[in-house]
Design a binder for this molecule. Structure first.
Ligand code: ADP
Ligand code: TPW
Length: 579
C-alpha cells in the first residue's frame, strides 16, 4: 500500500512539474525579452509575482511609494532603450503608478506599468471588490497603449505587444492589466513555453525618405546663420557619434536641451549654450534633432525666436511636424538613420558657416562665460552659502567624475545647476523633463544606480526632495551608491515669505526652518552630513563618491537666495502681472 501511495505521489509531482502558471509565464516572458529588473511595490495580488521574480533571478527593487517605482522604471527605459517595468497592486497602487506612466508617455520614455487588478465580473458589475477599479479604462488616455490579458496562454502575446508598443516609433508608457485570477491560472508547461514570444527587432529602424533628406540638406547649405538643436530624443537614440560628426563636419553651432547635455561635452567649442538667447533669436535655419517645439522652446515663436527662420526637424513621429510652427523640411525617421543619411548627403565639401555668424556666437558665448565665472568666483566666500557658491563645487565634482549620473530637480536648484554644471557624457543628466515635474529625484537616482552600476549624484531643492524623500530607505536597503545633495533654503523657491495676514500659520511656500534632512538618511543607516560652506560640501560629496555609501548632504543655503519659480516666473500669472 505504501508503495502505491509513493507511486501516486510521484505521478502527482511529475504532473505538477509539467505545469506552469500565470506568475511564471509573466516572469519567463519578461526574461525572454531581456528585461532583468522590476521596480515595484508588493501587495495583493502581486506579492507572489514579485517574490517569484526575485526567486527566478530578476532584480526586484521594492519601493515605498509606487510613483517613485514608476519614475525609476521610466528613466530605466530612457537609459537602456528597453521598457522599464513597474509593478503595482490594484486601484490605489495603480493610480500611484499612473502619474509616472503619464510622465513616461509625455517624455517619450519606454515603460510598462504592470498592475494586478480585480476580476472583470466584479469590476464590470461594480460589485465592490477589494481595491476595485476599471484600471484599463483609466490608464488608456495616459498611455501610448493599454492591454489586458485574461488567459494564461495569452501572456506571451500580451507582453510582446506591450514591449513593442513601448519602444517602437515614438517611445512611451504602456499599461498592462493582469487580473489576479490570471496569475494563478495553470497550463501545461510545454504549451506555456511555446506561447511566449521573443520579440524580434522591437524598435525597427525607420529610414527617412531620400527626398526629405535632400530638402533638409539643401536648406542647411543655404543657411547663413544655422543652428543645430539637440533634444533628449537624440540622447535616447544613442546617436551621439554621428551627431558629433555632423556638428564638426558642418561647423554649425549647437545647443543641447537639458537632458541632451553631454551628448557632446558641454565644453565643446561649438556649444552655443552660453549664447542661448542670441542663437535662438538670430539663427535663420534651425535643425531640430529629437526636440519638440513645446513650451521649453517657447513653441518656436515669439520674442525668443526673434528673426524669421526655417526649421528642419528630425523626429520619428510624423505627427510632430507643424505642431507649433511650419516645418520647412521634415525628416521623419529614427534619429540614427536620419543623421547618418544627412551626413552622407552633406559630404566632405560642406561650406562651414561664415565667420560673421561664428564670431558673433563665440563673442556672446565668451562674454557670458566670463560673467558666469565672475559670479561663481564672487560667490565662493559668500556666507551664508548661496546657490552659486554651492554649485561651483558640484561643477568641479562632475568634471572630475564625468561618468556618474547627475539627477536634478527643484526650481532655482534646477535652473542654476543646468547652466553651471557642464556634462561630459551622454544620458548622464536626468531631470524634471517635459512637465517640469517635482518628485522624480529618488526614483531616478535608484534606477540610475541599478541600471548603470555607477555612482549617482542627486541634487534636489528641499521642496523637490520632499516628494520622493522616503526612498532614502530604499537607497539604504539596497545599499546603492547614491549621494543626495539638498539645497535647503527653507522653502519652495525660497524660505522667507510671510503669512500676509500676520496670522500664526506659516506662509504657503515655507518649510520648517533649519530642517535637518541629513537625519533622515541616518535613520536608515546611511551617512548624513550637514554643511554650511562650499568647502564642507565638497568634502562631503567627494567622500560619498569615494565610499559609495548612501549619503545625504543637507546643504544650508541662504533662505533669501533664489527667485520665484526659478526661470519660469513668466508662467505664473500673478508674478508676471507684477512685472
Ligand atoms: P527635449 O525636451 O529634450 O526638447 P522632447 O522630449 O521634447 O525633447 O523631444 C523628444 C523627441 O524625440 C520626441 O518628439 C520623440 O518623438 C523623438 N524621438 C524619440 N526617440 C526617437 C528616435 N529614436 N528617433 C527619432 N526621434 C525620436
Ligand atoms: C508634481 C510646482 C515647481 S518647482 C517646485 C514646485 C513645488 C519646488 C521648488 O522649490 P525647491 O527648489 O525644490 O525647494 P528651489 O531651488 O527653488 O528652492 N508639483 C509637482 N510638480 C511641480 N512642478 C510643482 C508641484 C513646483
Amino acid at each position: 500500500m505504501a508503495e502505491v501511495g509513493n507511486e501516486l505521489q510521484r505521478h502527482a509531482a511529475e504532473e505538477h512539474q509539467a505545469q506552469t502558471d500565470g506568475f511564471h509565464l509573466v516572469i519567463d516572458a519578461l526574461k525572454l525579452n531581456g528585461i532583468e529588473n522590476i521596480y515595484g511595490l508588493p501587495g495583493i495580488p502581486v506579492t507572489d509575482l514579485a517574490r517569484l521574480a526575485q526567486a527566478n533571478g530578476m532584480r526586484v527593487i521594492s519601493f515605498r511609494h509606487e510613483q517613485n517605482a514608476g519614475n525609476a522604471a521610466a528613466i530605466a527605459g530612457f537609459l537602456t532603450q528597453k521598457p522599464g517595468v513597474c509593478l503595482t497592486v490594484s486601484a490605489p497602487g495603480f493610480l500611484n503608478g499612473l502619474t509616472a506612466l503619464a510622465h513616461a508617455t509625455t517624455n517619450c520614455f519606454p515603460m510598462i506599468l504592470i498592475s494586478g487588478s480585480s476580476e472583470r465580473e466584479i469590476v464590470d458589475l461594480q460589485q465592490g471588490d477589494y481595491e476595485e477599479m476599471d484600471q484599463l479604462a483609466i490608464a488608456r488616455p495616459h498611455a501610448k497603449a493599454a492591454f489586458r490579458v485574461l488567459h494564461a496562454e495569452d501572456i506571451g502575446v500580451g507582453i510582446a505587444r506591450a514591449i513593442r508598443a513601448a519602444v517602437s516609433g515614438r517611445p512611451g508608457g504602456v499599461y498592462l492589466d493582469l487580473p489576479a485570477k490570471l496569475l494563478g491560472q495553470s497550463m501545461e508547461a510545454e504549451k506555456g513555453r511555446k506561447s511566449l514570444i521573443k520579440v524580434v527587432d522591437p524598435a525597427p529602424r525607420q529610414l527617412p525618405a531620400p527626398d526629405s533628406v535632400d530638402r533638409a540638406v539643401a536648406l542647411l547649405k543655404n543657411a547663413k546663420r544655422p543652428l543645430i538643436l539637440l533634444g533628449k530624443g537624440a540622447a535616447y537614440a544613442r546617436a551621439e557619434a554621428d551627431i558629433r560628426t555632423l556638428v564638426e563636419k558642418t561647423g554649425i553651432p549647437y545647443l543641447p536641451m537639458s537632458m541632451a547635455k553631454g551628448l557632446l561635452p558641454d565644453t565643446h567649442p561649438q556649444s552655443a549654450s552660453a549664447a542661448r538667447s542670441y542663437v535662438l533669436a538670430e539663427a535663420d535655419v534651425v535643425l531640430l534633432v529629437g526636440a519638440r517645439l513645446n513650451w521649453l522652446l517657447s513653441h518656436g515663436k515669439g520674442k525668443t525666436w526673434g528673426k524669421p527662420k526655417q526649421f528642419i526637424q528630425i523626429d520619428i513621429a510624423a505627427t510632430e511636424m507643424d505642431s507649433n510652427v511650419a516645418i520647412a523640411a521634415p525628416v521623419v525617421g529614427d534619429i540614427g538613420s536620419c543623421v547618418s543619411a544627412i551626413l552622407d548627403k552633406v559630404g566632405n565639401d560642406f561650406a562651414k558657416p561664415g565667420a560673421e555668424w561664428l564670431n558673433a556666437v563665440a563673442d556672446r558665448r565668451d562674454t557670458n562665460l566670463a560673467k558666469m565665472a565672475e559670479t561663481l568666483a564672487k560667490s565662493r566666500d559668500v556666507s551664508p552659502m548661496n546657490f552659486h557658491g554651492a554649485l561651483n563645487v558640484l561643477k568641479d565634482v562632475v568634471k572630475a567624475n564625468p561618468g556618474i549620473s547627475f539627477v536634478n530637480e527643484g526650481a532655482n536648484t534646477l535652473d542654476y545647476a543646468r547652466a553651471v554644471i557642464d556634462m561630459y557624457e551622454p544620458r548622464k543628466r536626468l531631470d524634471v523633463g517635459t512637465w517640469g515635474v517635482m518628485g522624480v529625484g529618488m526614483g531616478y537616482a535608484v534606477a540610475a544606480a541599478v541600471e548603470t552600476n555607477k555612482p549617482v549624484l542627486a541634487l534636489c531643492g528641499d521642496s523637490a526632495f520632499g516628494f520622493s524623500g522616503m526612498e532614502v530607505e530604499t537607497i539604504c536597503r539596497y545599499n546603492l551608491p547614491v549621494c543626495i545633495v539638498i539645497f535647503n533654503n527653507n522653502g519652495v523657491y525660497k524660505g522667507i515669505d510671510v503669512n500676509p495676514t500676520g496670522g500664526k500659520d506659516p506662509a504657503v511656500t515655507t518649510f520648517v526652518p533649519g530642517a535637518r534632512y541629513d537625519k533622515m538618511m541616518e535613520a536608515f543607516g546611511g551617512v548624513g552630513r550637514n554643511v554650511t560652506t562650499p568647502a564642507e560640501l565638497e568634502a562631503a560629496v567627494n567622500e560619498a563618491l569615494r565610499s559609495g555609501k548612501p549619503t545625504l548632504v543637507n546643504a544650508v543655503i541662504d533662505p533669501a537666495a533664489g527667485t520665484e519659480s526659478g526661470r519660469l516666473t513668466n508662467l505664473n500669472p500673478q508674478s508676471s502681472a507684477k512685472k
